[in-house]
Design a protein around this ligand. Structure first.
Ligand code: SF4
Ligand code: SF4
Length: 372
């Protein structure tokens, strides 16, 4: 049986978060269960792109700091790293805007540039993954995902957060090779199994509903979740959102491989039951509806029911980050303006995630607006 600890935390007040993180860890054995003195511990937050904490897109720096302090109290040496969208254009701006740089400076932790420090190859299911060297060299990896929906994979949590352990353009290339969400989710599961994070602590204080992970709607969820089983944590967090068991591909596939527990009745919550935390009116992504359409009708229904990326010209600065990162070259810069070719677009949302100005949003068809 797996255990997922859930603690309520109303906001990002520093002492409240520190106390809540400590309580969440205490219920699963305390930090000393996971970190021993002298170990190199890589903290992997969600640093999706260069966004400020109040946008609710990235792991909040106070949650990161609370975890740094926990690890340091256990005698661990802290590294912090991720490979955000647009990292190749300079990861420093991401560190600054997310507040991670300030956390590293005041706690004397080391920020790791996955792009600059190289990678090592690991194989899984016949695929080669170049995983950041620091991830493989750390004695312990601690995963710090965010509680958010995702318009492509429906949900993003512990399993998907580890996709950021792949530096550089590989991330986009897997979108191109495996454009269907269930096939792409197998890649997420491969990486989850290779990284072997020992502990997962989710920032669910300010979550995101609707069409996440970058331009969804903020939702005060007021929860922190912790588990050594990331599959169980994702099963619980996605159930709190309202997804049905087995609906999130990565969770279902990971359980099928024996990487963790996804059966809710087999997951212990020391503080109560999932029903105590469920959010019945939580908005799920509009693309979810396509999953209920029989395969022979998908093409026909897709003409009326769709969600696609669109650029808000009033916010766009013409930086071309979206065009450079599109895995299928569906974006052409014309007169410093990104123009999307929807016949090529695979709806991976890389442009939505990487745009530093939040100028790429998810446009819904008339039918999607009516029924989502
Ligand atoms: S949409 Fe965003 S990423 Fe693309 S060119 Fe405009 S500002 Fe840059
Ligand atoms: S246009 Fe955006 S959503 Fe479509 S394939 Fe390119 S990056 Fe992905």
């Amino acid at each position: 049986m797996s255990t997922v600890s859930i603690v309520r935390c109303s906001d990002y007040d520093r002492s409240r978060v520190f106390q809540s993180v400590h309580e969440a860890l205490d219920a699963i054995g305390g930090i000393s269960e996971y970190v021993k003195r002298g170990q190199k511990v890589l903290l992997k937050p969600n640093m999706l792109s260069a966004k400020a904490p109040k946008r609710g897109i990235t792991t909040h720096p106070v949650v990161l700091e609370a975890m740094v302090r926990e690890v340091q109290q256990a005698g661990g040496i802290v590294w912090i790293g991720d490979s955000p969208s647009g990292a190749l254009k300079g990861v420093k701006r991401c560190w600054e805007n997310t507040g991670f740089l300030e956390v590293a400076e005041k706690t004397n932790s080391k920020l790791i540039n996955f792009e600059a420090e190289g990678s090592r190859v690991r194989e899984k299911n016949g695929r080669k993954y170049h995983i950041a060297k620091a991830v493989l060299e750390a004695d312990v990896v601690i995963n710090l995902p965010k509680f958010k929906t995702h318009g492509f994979t429906l949900y993003t949590g512990a399993i998907k957060n580890l996709y950021g352990t792949l530096p550089g353009f590989q991330k986009a290339s897997y979108h191109k090779k495996l454009p269907q969400p269930h096939k792409f989710s197998q890649v997420l599961v491969d990486i989850y199994s290779l990284v072997k994070a020992r502990l997962h602590v989710m920032d669910g204080i300010l979550g995101m509903e609707g069409n996440g992970p970058a331009t969804g709607d903020l939702r005060e969820v007021k929860l922190l979740l912790a588990s050594k089983d990331g599959v169980a944590l994702d099963a619980v967090a996605s159930a709190i959102m309202g997804f049905k068991t087995g609906e999130v591909d990565a969770v279902r596939l990971a359980e099928a491989e024996g990487l963790g527990e996804a059966k809710l009745e087999q997951i212990k919550i020391p503080q109560g039951n999932i029903a105590d935390y469920a959010i019945p009116d939580f908005h799920l992504p509009s693309n979810r509806l396509m999953k209920f359409v029989p395969s022979f009708l998908v093409k026909w229904v897709g003409r009326f029911l769709w969600v696609r990326p669109k650029v808000d010209d009033s916010k766009c600065t013409g930086c071309a980050i979206c065009a450079n990162g599109c895995p299928v070259s569906a974006i052409e810069m014309i007169n410093k303006h990104p123009v999307m070719d929807y016949s090529k677009c695979i709806n991976c949302l890389c442009c939505n995630e990487s745009c530093p100005e939040e100028a790429v949003y998810q446009e819904l068809s008339w039918l999607a607006r009516r029924i989502s």
